[in-house]
Design a protein around this ligand. Sequence first.
Ligand SMILES: [Zn+2]
Ligand SMILES: [Zn+2]
Length: 275
Amino acid sequence: MRLKLWGTRGSIPCPGPETVKYGGNTTCFEVTCGKKRIIIDAGTGIRLLGKKIMLEEANLLNADLFFTHTHMDHIQGLPFFAPLYNPNSDVRLNAGHLGGEKYDLQGIIGTMLMKDPVFPVPSSLIEQACSFNDYDCGTVFELGDGVVIKTGKLNHPNGACGYRIEFDGKVIAICTDTEHYEGEIDANVVELAQDADIMVYDSAYTDEEYPKFKGWGHSTWQEAVKVAEKAQVKQTLLFHHDPSHNDEKMDQIAQEAAAVREGVRPAIEGEVISL
Ligand SMILES: [Zn+2]
Ligand SMILES: [Zn+2]
């Protein structure tokens, strides 16, 4: 099982010399389980994954893409994901946070993201390569070859789903975007992260910054430590770096977090972890 982080930033891409170390692209994960390829989120980081597939794999992709939710920073790379323009690709897009009444995933992409006058290329140009699935958060997916993906509700405006990917005795949990509840640890997050080899956790803020952003749907690295302790997580990746946190600030967070619990550190764009 292998995890590659194609985008670690939250809210908006932050390119430039101040963010080269921890990354400026927004959310995208690639999880490889044997022959299966799972992508979580299509932030701007997904463009780089697409470039790799174009150069090394003839731009042909067979994968399952799960969205944590459809806020802009998690979908805005999708129109720039090259393999979707190859009609022979087979990409199954899944979202579980929409509730099935007002919005559906295909509609959001087709009428809000890839729609004039917001974007010049219509979604019909990628639809041959795509199928769309709106599921109820809490659903368990069995993708074959022993890959199991459990989903769980996160605490975020407009909803979000966390993922627990199990394969070959290993577990990767992805818990972003989510806000902690004061004075208690979110049982949904603990369930997703229990005994995980890697937990990715929304750590947009520090505890000192958090009061200004209460209700915005994000958490802190100090809360990540609490979840990691409760759920007995081996490695914790602090994630959804706030745009205001430059590399210097992230280095400081890295130092403080490592002093509190072993195996807790900020995620770095481009890094690969093999389990
Ligand atoms: Zn976000
Ligand atoms: Zn969000």
